[in-house]
Write a protein that binds this ligand. Structure first.
Ligand code: IMP
Ligand code: MG
Length: 183
């Protein structure tokens, strides 16, 4: 269905090279969805998608999961350009009641872990039945906080990536594949 990916793309002043194809992404999402289907059968999990970056991953994960589930969206942010700024703010509030719910936070990437280290305690005060993290990408070498994602599509090195929801100064989110910066 998707056309052959471009080997490289230029966004603003930087060139990125093809890293993970759309087909590879879909394969991993199917596998994760199966695990979630089995684990949360009858529990009606509440997926909380972290915007903007996770929108594409969430859309495909939502279509791959078959059990009864609900979807909500929050907006947090800690990045500007290719550097983490250290600030996390909840721009879009969470209106759904998470008390007693099995929550699965859907992230694009766990990098330093700061976003999740800030957000999970905010969720915990609402007394959910459980909290898990499903992330498209995980950079274990960049981790600076005690965060352990439960469902990971791909582990990557400490490199900047774009595409499939992830941006470089707001460009690249619409790319169907994932590209990485090689300096
Ligand atoms: P953390 O708080 O340091 O774990 O960073 C999490 C957020 O930073 C992610 O949800 C992304 O939106 C953004 N981010 C981290 N690494 C990258 C990257 O390589 N490319 C694009 N965005 C990134
Ligand atoms: Mg994000």
């Amino acid at each position: 269905m998707t056309s052959k990916p471009e080997p490289s793309v230029t966004l603003h002043d930087k060139t990125f090279h093809l890293y993970i194809s759309h087909a590879q992404i879909q394969e991993r999402i199917t596998a994760i969805a199966k695990t979630i289907d089995a684990e949360y059968q009858g529990k009606r999990p509440l997926f909380i998608t972290v915007l903007n970056g996770a929108f594409m991953f969430a859309a495909d994960l939502a279509r791959a999961v078959t059990i009864d589930c609900e979807w909500a969206f929050v907006r947090l942010s800690s990045y500007q350009g290719t550097e983490s700024t250290g600030t996390v703010s909840q721009v879009l509030g969470l209106k759904d009641d998470v008390e007693g719910r099995h929550v699965i936070v859907v992230e694009d990437i766990v990098d330093s872990g700061r976003t999740m280290a800030n957000f999970l305690p905010e969720l915990e005060v609402e007394h959910p039945a459980s909290i898990a993290i499903a992330t498209l990408l995980f950079k274990p070498e960049a981790l600076k906080h005690e965060v352990q994602p439960d469902h990971v599509c791909f582990e990557t090195g400490n490199e900047f990536v774009v595409g499939y929801g992830l941006d470089y100064d707001e460009l690249g989110r619409n790319l169907p594949d994932i590209y990485r910066l090689q300096e």
